[in-house]
Design a protein around this ligand. Structure first.
Ligand code: FAD
Length: 707
């Protein structure tokens, strides 16, 4: 009897389970069908003048500039929506918030990373590496450290080594168009060391702080140590371009919070009727017919529905150095051999897709000190319990000071060139070489952080060693692989010189004594790791075998398809790429608008004013920042970092903001009504089916199991 009851229950719950599964599946299908109907019936245009894929730094700048005149209809597709307000807070607070709330990884948008000297990192996500390119609108600028260091003019001139006119003279006006850095003239370091006018624009949306909001006392000692080792003290690292040392210029608001391109470029454009921002949308394939790109196939990640949108004038890829080459590859544009290997049809043979990856390589050399480093200023449980939290220090850009020089190898190779190819960034905390790319600042050791040390991040900017992004499959849900090749013999010679000089600066008597080198293998040739940023995987050039786009950034052999993001930059550099992507995109917008100006002369705007489907609605988000003063107001003058981060979590879940988070979809009234009706009808239908099915399985009387 017991046995038969148990069997009955089991079969009953199996039936119940399958009933609910069936009903859930049908309900979900109904929602999807209704959503699709909503899209189709919403009279929403599925055609725009320009379709931009990727709403990171380049994508948000482009969306703003291309929609500015009101003449063109513009669609911006991005994986995620408006960023949490928490990202617009002081650097270390937002870093830690990002660490704790990994909201950036999505299916098919993770990356496996291989680097010499380190074991492979299975996932490029905050949980594995402490950081990853972000998916929200604003892209990687949301997770940046705020360093604002422009490439040397000589490096910018090399972009056009094979032709074209991408050079310092041309780009300078575009840096200036983006920048708001005039206040640097009043900065402490400029006044103490510089003269003349700082070389920044002063009307652009990208704010470069007069002085970083916080500079640690150890950084002052570093400046003196570098000077003693022969580095001239500079007033500003972007205006004076040679060897020297100075405080690092930063992309920070005057309240000490981080800049990002969502705030700077996206928000001011949100109300334009000719701009539609479509979030939760992952572009999976380009539509190319007879050598012309006519549109984009994308997946709505929330509804899991597939759609196509057409571009009347151009499709512009701005998905960054990993995902732009990936989208080309998924669309049959890449190395013929590699495409055939995964069974994808070849649309255009371009072997340089995903190749020529350049990324600065660095190693974190550290010295023990008795001065309390940043690690001791975060409060418990991050810092040891006896140390007091110093909230002002949360505003540090971490890489607070920068010294740079040209290596003997580079001088020998090109005696006339002057640009520094080696950089030493000073960090007033211990950075452990634990994984590659290295984790965020406070994650190198377990908490409380006991190693009290300062670090020189020795960086090689122009290595012979390159890397690649490769694709194991033609399926959009399979993530790409990033591989950084080992340093060559030439690179190791540069590394050895850089390490020697770093030892001289880091061990200088200018630092409060005693100091002691931290023996952790940092500085060894196989302990140089690439950073999170990359360039070159769709580099510009003339030759279809070695480049992906021409000097107008148009993809070789495919009409009406352009790439505008960090992937087209053909030259490596010691610095991360915010300034270059800003200038490149500002110029690309001019190129695009100029090309289409004659076609639109006198035309009225073709606005996309149809009904917006739920995922095509305008994105709104946080206009304001969360400065340190707001955090201190909540927790007092000894706010710990953990308290600050938990406060941000609270802000993040506040009602106004939740509406913009990627999980939140707000279907239109029509869709909701349609869905409800559909679900009611289908549920009734399923119940009839299930009842008769259940009678068959369990015999008469078993309906009670379904009640
Ligand atoms: C951790 C970290 C710290 C950094 N710190 C600094 C710094 O301090 N200073 C500095 O100068 N630079 C820094 N950088 C580099 C800088 O942020 C990047 O160079 C810059 O943002 C690159 O711009 P992008 O437009 O090419 O790509 P991103 O800004 O990365 O934007 C790519 C966008 O494409 C979207 N996307 C990708 N695939 C798809 C798809 N299939 N469909 C739809 N959308 C897609 C993503 O959602 C993302 O929004 C940092 C980068 C990282 C990752």
């Amino acid at each position: 009897m017991l046995v038969s009851n148990a069997l009955l229950c089991r079969s009953g719950s199996a039936v119940q389970f399958s009933v609910f599964a069936v009903m859930a599946a049908i309900g979900k299908c109904t929602v999807i069908m209704c959503a699709m109907l909503g899209v189709a019936a919403g009279v929403k245009k599925d055609e725009y003048d320009f379709v931009i894929v990727g709403g990171g730094l380049a994508g948000t700048v482009l969306a703003n500039r291309l929609s500015e005149s009101g003449t063109h209809s513009v669609l911006l597709l991005n994986v995620a929506g408006a960023p949490p307000k928490a990202y617009s807070s002081p650097v270390i607070v937002s870093d830690e918030f990002i660490m704790k709330s990994n909201m950036t990884a999505s299916e098919g948008l993770e990356v496996r990373i291989n680097q010499p000297g380190y074991k492979p990192v299975p996932k490029f996500s905050t949980t594995e590496t402490g950081s990853s390119p972000a998916r929200w609108l604003g892209g990687s600028t949301l997770v940046q450290l705020t360093l604002y260091l422009r490439d040397h003019p000589e490096l910018l001139d090399t972009w056009s080594a094979e032709g074209g006119d991408w050079n310092w003279e041309k780009l300078r006006q575009y840096f200036h168009r983006a920048e708001n850095g005039a206040s640097r003239a009043d900065s402490k370091e400029w006044l103490s060391a510089g003269s003349g006018t700082p070389d920044y624009g002063n009307k652009g949306p990208w704010h470069i702080a007069k002085d970083p909001a916080y500079v640690h006392p150890l950084t002052e000692q570093f400046l003196k140590a570098a000077e003693a080792a022969g580095f001239p003290r500079l007033g500003d690292l972007n205006t004076q371009q040679g060897k020297g040392v100075a405080i690092t210029p930063v992309s920070q608001h005057s309240d000490g919070t981080k800049m990002n391109s969502y705030d700077a470029y996206m928000l001011p454009a949100m109300d334009r009727p000719n701009l539609v921002v479509q979030h939760e949308s992952r572009a999976d394939r380009l539509i190319v017919q007879d050598g012309i790109c006519t549109g984009v196939a994308y997946r709505h990640l929330g509804y899991r529905t597939d759609h196509v949108v057409k571009a009347k004038r151009e499709v512009i890829l701005s998905s960054g150095y990993i995902y732009t080459p990936r989208l080309l590859f998924l669309s049959g544009i890449g190395s013929q051999q590699e495409l055939e290997a995964v069974g994808l049809p070849v649309v255009q043979n371009l072997p340089a897709v995903g190749k020529n990856l350049t990324a600065a390589r660095f190693t974190p050399m550290a010295w023990h000190t008795r001065e309390p480093s940043l690690s001791q200023m975060m409060g418990s449980p991050i810092s040891p319990s006896h140390s007091k939290a110093v909230p002002e220090s949360f505003q540090s850009a971490v890489l607070e000071g920068t010294a740079r020089f040209r290596s003997s190898v580079a001088k020998r190779e090109n005696p006339r060139a002057e640009r520094p190819d080696v950089v030493m960034h000073f960090m007033p905390l211990y950075y452990a070489p634990k994984s590659a790319p290295i984790q965020y600042s406070l994650q190198g050791e377990s908490w409380p952080l006991t190693t009290n040390a300062y670090t020189l991040l020795v960086t090689l900017g122009e290595t012979e060693a390159k890397g690649s992004v490769s694709f194991q499959s033609g399926a959009p849900d399979v993530s790409p692989v990033v591989t950084h090749d080992p340093l060559t013999a030439r690179d190791k010679e540069v590394a050895a010189e850089a390490v020697r000089l770093a030892r001289k600066v880091g061990g200088s008597s200018q630092f409060a004594q005693p100091t002691q080198f931290v023996e952790n293998n940092a500085g060894d040739a196989d302990m140089f790791t690439a950073v999170y940023d990359g360039r070159g995987t769709c580099r510009m050039g003339n030759d279809q075998l070695t480049s992906v786009v021409n000097f107008n950034l148009e993809v070789h052999g495919v009409e009406r398809l352009r790439i505008v993001d960090g992937s087209v930059i053909p030259q490596g550099s010691p610095y991360l790429a915010v300034p270059e992507v800003l200038a490149l995109t500002e110029r690309a917008a001019d190129l695009i608008l100029h090309k289409h100006a004659h076609e639109l002369h006198g035309a009225l705007a073709e606005h996309t004013t149809g009904h917006e489907s739920s995922h095509q609605r305008k994105q709104t988000g946080p206009a304001a920042t969360v400065p340190l003063s707001a955090l201190i107001a909540s927790f007092g003058s000894h706010t710990t970092l953990t308290q600050a981060v938990s406060h941000l979590k609270f802000i993040n879940s506040a009602p106004g903001l939740a509406e913009t988070a990627e999980e939140t979809e707000r279907p239109s009234v029509a869709i909701i009504a349609g869905c409800c009706l559909g679900v009611i009808m289908l549920t009734a239908f399923v119940k009839v089916l299930v009842t008769s099915f259940s009678k068959k399985v369990n015999g008469p009387g078993s309906e009670s199991l379904l009640a």
